[in-house]
Design a protein. Structure first.
Lengths: 291, 357
């Protein structure tokens, strides 16, 4: 265990500097390079600081999910470089990345029913101390169990521990996915559309949970959302993508503006100040809003 | 441990204790079932004779076979290898079924879905067509032909499915299913040009038959199957991750491409061997995993060995029924597995639905 910790510390030199550095990143899918089509991600450069919540927004097909997949290491960076904690993601092993980055997928496609506790404990996989003769039985240490326990407390799913995932509601399931991600003890949390398919109550639930976890665990969060209000209210900075290129990056006040949104989405929207936070709030206009 | 004990001991997760309990109970039951299956046959043999025959065998009583009674001879020469083969084939089928259902993320997968089995079947059919099979030499010729056919099919499917070093699951499934269809047509063609009595023999073999080869060949198969089963068991935790989807599995630190290739190779190698020695015994590989999963949950570290044991017992019992119910004639064991396993599975499904509501 001690050596594992040492490894992470060694590969994680600066805690207060940028956690994610994206340097002139370009990416396209293999089938596209054959037909000579444009880049899916087009020469992106930005960085994310420790403890920051960065929102990625943009129209359908602008490359949001692809960017998230490159950040998680699922897709290889085509050109340019992505560095996590100062070290290029391509130079890190899959195992190493899994200890730094946890992903909460958009939907939980499940073939066979696992219980909530089983699902959360799977988050301990990158930290397991495998013994070849044990075949994985009883590999969970007391520390693994304690960590999964705390993750379930933090996300309020402990009472559901013995239930099957397939029997849960969408909001409960999303919280379980976050609990599994937390059990990985990551430095970086990547969320893909965390509030899609959720009613307003659960949207608030998940968003405030993410905000709270950032405080408690000093997590760096990158979230992709279609919901501009989620991005505005909960993110420190917002990154706007259009056709794979970085269109605007800045605080919600700098990015969630009618002129910027016109440029990115090509439609008129009403933007006013949120009565509680003062941050920009986006609503649909009445009547002919589009050209 | 204290703070976590509220959920670790309620069956929410697999504990070492639960694993030992379930597997221990199944092992004990297996021994009992094994002994029972040895007793029944065209002639019934008492438990005492079973024990004596096994003692003879254990002491290496090969030289004193002349001093054995007829019933002990039957036991050693025919029934013991057959029950052993049945048990191991059932175990392998169930284990391969569990693995493929997780690898392909498809509850309908069974050991025969990927076409390797048809490759083996073509190998055996060819051997029968050119008449090699009828001449029994010391070597188990039919299984060797079958295994070679299975290996060829494995390589072909892999070539077809892989692209740029990756093995996409949907390509694997498609290539397997299509090759399966083509090879099945080929087998049909072979049966149609065979002499009638030989084609009847081939059809019976295709439906699945447990005729044990001699002890040397049998022990090779036993060692081979046990080795592959152990290697599959070693991948159980990765199987759990794979059922969550490749992207999630990767984000949890699993080298999915490598694991997928290993699992495909292991299951294909085992399937080829099973089909070579026993034909295509249906139903065990698909239904046993589902039935066991309904009862003990989805964690493959327990599901895989438990399914293997249950599959072994199931096929050993089914084969005992197949060779006793119309004795001295035998019915194909595949009919018994389908007729007993199907309704039992439906019962389990309904029983579980009742409890859920």
């Amino acid at each position: 265990m001690a050596t594992d910790r040492m490894n992470i510390v060694q590969f994680w030199p600066s805690v207060d500097g940028p956690v994610i550095e994206v340097d002139d990143l370009s990416f396209r899918y293999r089938s596209m390079s054959e037909t000579g089509r444009a880049w899916t991600l087009d020469h992106l450069s930005f960085h994310v600081d420790a403890g920051e919540i960065l929102g990625i927004v943009g129209p359908n097909g602008s490359g949001k999910s692809s960017l998230l997949k490159v950040l998680s290491g699922f897709l290889p960076a085509g050109e340019g470089d992505v560095r996590l904690g100062g070290l290029s993601i391509g130079k890190r092993s899959r195992f190493d990345v899994a200890r730094l980055v946890a992903v909460v997928p958009q939907e939980y496609a499940q073939v066979f029913p696992f219980t909530v506790a089983e699902t959360v404990l799977m988050g301990r996989f990158p930290h397991r101390t495998a013994r070849w003769w044990s075949m994985g039985i009883g590999d969970e240490t007391a520390n693994d169990l304690a960590c999964a326990h705390q993750s379930m407390i933090d996300t309020d799913v402990l009472p559901l521990a013995g239930r099957l995932i397939s029997d849960l509601s969408g909001g409960e399931r999303q919280r379980v996915m976050i609990a599994r991600a937390l059990a990985q003890e990551p430095k970086i949390l990547l969320l893909d559309e965390p509030t899609a398919f959720l009613d307003i109550n659960h949207q608030i639930d998940i968003c405030s949970l993410v905000a709270r976890l950032r405080e408690e665990r000093r997590l760096t969060v990158v979230l992709v959302s279609h919901d501009l209000n989620v991005a505005s209210q909960y993110c420190d900075r917002v990154l706007m993508l259009k056709e794979g290129a970085l269109c605007r990056l800045g605080t919600p006040d700098e990015t969630i503006r009618p002129d910027v949104l016109w440029m990115v989405y090509g439609c008129d929207v009403v933007v006013d100040a949120h009565p509680q936070t003062g941050r920009p709030r986006v609503t649909m206009p009445i009547g002919a809003g589009r050209m | 441990m204290d703070l976590a004990s509220s959920w670790t001991h309620t069956g929410a997760v697999l504990t070492f204790h639960r694993w030992v309990t379930v597997i221990g109970a199944l092992l004990l039951t297996s021994v009992g079932v094994f002994a029972l299956c040895l007793q029944f046959g065209a002639t019934s043999v008492g438990l005492g004779t079973v024990a004596r025959a096994i003692m003879h065998l254990v002491r290496g009583g090969e030289a004193e076979t002349t001093s054995l009674e007829t019933s002990e001879m039957i036991m050693i020469q025919i029934r013991l290898p057959r029950v052993l083969l049945g048990f191991l084939v059932g175990s392998s089928l169930a284990a391969v079924g569990v693995t493929l259902q997780a690898l392909l993320r498809n509850p309908l997968a069974d050991p025969y879905v990927l076409g390797v089995s048809s490759g083996s079947a073509v190998g055996v059919s060819m051997a029968m067509l050119i008449g090699i099979g009828s001449a029994f030499m010391l070597l188990p010729v039919l299984p060797l032909f079958g295994f070679a056919g299975g290996l060829l099919a494995l390589l072909l499917i892999y070539r077809l499915a892989q692209s740029q070093g990756r093995l996409p699951i949907h390509s694997l499934l498609l290539a397997g299913v299509i090759l399966n269809a083509i090879l099945t047509a080929f087998i049909m063609f072979i049966t149609s040009i065979m002499e009638p009595n030989r084609s009847a023999g081939l059809m019976a073999w295709l439906m699945g038959s447990l005729t044990a080869p001699g002890y040397p060949a049998l022990s090779v198969f036993v060692l081979y199957a046990l080795l592959v089963l152990a290697m599959l068991m070693h991948k159980a935790q990765s199987l759990n991750m794979l059922t969550l989807g490749e992207e999630t599995a990767q984000s949890l630190g699993v080298e999915t491409e490598g694991i997928k290739k290993q699992l495909f190779a292991l299951t294909a190698l085992l399937t080829g061997a099973i089909v070579s020695v026993s034909g295509m015994i249906g139903f065990v590989g698909m239904v046993v995993p589902h039935a066991v999963r309904l009862l003990i949950g989805s964690d493959h570290r327990l599901l895989l060995p438990a399914s293997a044991l249950v599959g072994g017992m199931f096929l050993a019992v089914a084969d005992t029924i197949a060779r006793t119910i119309m004795a001295p004639a035998e019915i194909p064991v595949g009919i018994v597995t389908a007729l007993t396993g199907g309704p039992f599975f439906l019962y389990l499904l309904l029983w579980r639905k009742d409890r859920m509501v």
